[in-house]
Design a protein around this ligand. Structure first.
Ligand SMILES: CC(C)(COP(=O)(O)OP(=O)(O)OC[C@H]1O[C@@H](n2cnc3c(N)ncnc32)[C@H](O)[C@@H]1OP(=O)(O)O)[C@@H](O)C(=O)NCCC(=O)NCCS
Length: 167
């Protein structure tokens, strides 16, 4: 059953004018900082799946997700085929709105917009970020590797999580 906040939130594409409020969510969530100008660019970039969750009662942003679609060419002896995967670059929900299903809805929205040939969704997360790891595993991600010393400020290992996409 939908939670209380879940019913009062709508998900839409981010626009450049959201960058400032997205930046605030990012800072409040303690994520690695991006320049606000980069969020502006992602809002109009091809292959970028950038969505925000808007609280219907006061129009404030309660969360965002940023996923990038990546296509590369796999070469074989007799030719090559294009392969596509997606990288989850950032996701945050405001602390007062967590555990209301907003993060899950943001992820589902991004997956809905994958290309037909997108095979995997990958991401990296700090080893100590237990709530995010629980969130991702609940969604279906599995651990595939540890990346020693991936993060700085403070230094920490990263865990690579991946999820197979069947469209
Ligand atoms: C990770 C994050 C985006 C999850 O968003 P959310 O809206 O709170 O998540 P949801 O309500 O959709 O949770 C879906 C499920 O994930 C799991 N989950 C989410 N948060 C959890 C937590 N703190 N502890 C255990 N399980 C959790 C639960 O199974 C939950 O379902 P339930 O509430 O019915 O039990 C949010 O915690 C956040 O913004 N964290 C700070 C930023 C961050 O760490 N981002 C990830 C960087 S890699």
């Amino acid at each position: 059953m939908a939670g209380k906040a879940e019913k009062s939130v709508s998900i839409r594409r981010a626009v450049p004018g959201d960058a400032f409020r997205v930046k605030k969510l990012e800072i409040d969530a303690g994520l690695s900082p991006w320049p606000a100008a980069d969020y502006e660019k992602e809002a109009v970039r091809d292959g970028s799946l950038f969505f925000v969750a808007v609280l219907k009662n006061n129009d404030s942003l309660s969360g965002f997700i940023l996923v990038r679609l990546i296509t590369h060419i796999q070469r074989y002896d007799k030719g090559s085929i294009p392969l596509a995967h997606a990288e989850l670059l950032n996701i945050a929900v405001s602390s007062e709105n967590r555990r209301s299903g907003i993060g899950r809805r943001l992820l589902l929205e991004a997956v809905k917009h994958f290309e037909a040939d997108t095979t995997n969704l990958n991401l990296e997360v700090r080893r100590s970020n237990n709530s995010a790891i629980a969130f991702y595993k609940d969604f279906g991600f599995v651990e595939v590797a540890i990346r020693p010393g991936l993060y700085r400020d403070p230094p920490e290992d990263g865990i690579l999580l991946s999820m197979r996409i069947n469209k």
